[in-house]
Design a binder for this molecule. Structure first.
Ligand SMILES: [Zn+2]
Length: 257
């Protein structure tokens, strides 16, 4: 296999690179799905928290209502006491003093009743909002459940796809000269070692050249280099991006890439 002409080897290496790009894209999707699921679930948690906050606001409002009602009841008892006292007092001054106390209670009650009305309106409003929120949360839960199930199915399908691609890759690999594929693997591995390299890896190690241009970096290849590469006698690299050039043959009857 090591004796196979270089052009055939470049073609095979380029095919491997194409397969690997597909594999990488499957791999990327596989990595993205779990975080998509997490995001969906976080949305439901947020809505549930909103609902809990509204619920406690309602509870607080109802507590305030009860305490105002208790205040009215206490005042009623107090008023009854004053009236009883009025029946037994001996002087007009004492009677009037009690009357003023009763009037004061009436005034306080009036304020409490106004507050109760406002609180009642507020709880009605909160109950309405809570009911709407509950419908929304349930809808969101259902949507999340079905979307999560879809994503999990996608995950399974992608895992199967990845395993099949890996199996085919393994069977394909021996067709390529070991030295050449080692070089390819070293280059790819080096790219993935850092962030900017990962972007470089997306266009691969083998660069096609058409019309005298390196399709990876878009730089024109020097005529001398191009002529040499078209002989397919030795590996020629792009002077700009340092990728291994797989150039379009000088004779158009040879299949390319
Ligand atoms: Zn280049």
């Amino acid at each position: 296999m090591a004796n196979e002409p270089l052009q055939g080897q470049l073609s095979l290496l380029y095919q491997l690179q194409e397969r690997d790009q597909e594999l990488l894209s499957v791999q990327r999707k596989l990595q993205e799905i779990p975080s998509s699921i997490e995001q969906l679930e976080a949305g439901v948690v947020q809505s549930e928290e909103d609902m809990a906050a509204k619920s406690s606001e309602l509870a607080e409002t109802e507590t305030q209502q009860r305490s105002k009602n208790a205040e009215l009841e206490m005042n009623a008892v107090q008023r009854e006491k004053y009236r009883d006292e009025q029946r037994v007092v001996k002087t007009n001054e004492a009677y009037d003093a009690l009357e003023r106390q009763i009037e004061y209670l009436d005034e306080v009650d009036g304020e409490a009743e106004d507050t109760i009305l406002i609180l009642m309106e507020k709880s009605d409003q909160l109950k309405e909002e809570l009911a709407a929120l509950e419908i929304e949360v349930n809808r969101e839960k259902q949507k999340t459940a079905s979307e999560t199930a879809k994503l999990q199915q996608e995950l399974k399908d992608l895992e199967i796809e990845r395993d099949e691609k890996l199996k085919r890759r393994k069977a394909f690999l021996p067709k390529i000269d070991k030295r050449l594929r080692d070089e390819y693997h070293r280059w790819m591995k080096a790219q993935f070692a850092n962030q900017s390299g990962a972007t470089r890896a997306k266009t691969g190690f083998v660069a096609l050249s058409k019309n005298g241009i390196c399709t990876s970096c878009r730089i024109a290849i020097q005529p001398q280099t191009l002529k040499e590469a078209q002989k397919y006698e030795k590996q020629v690299y792009c002077s700009s991006c340092k990728r291994l050039l797989y150039v379009e043959p000088a004779t158009p009857d040879v299949p390319f890439p």
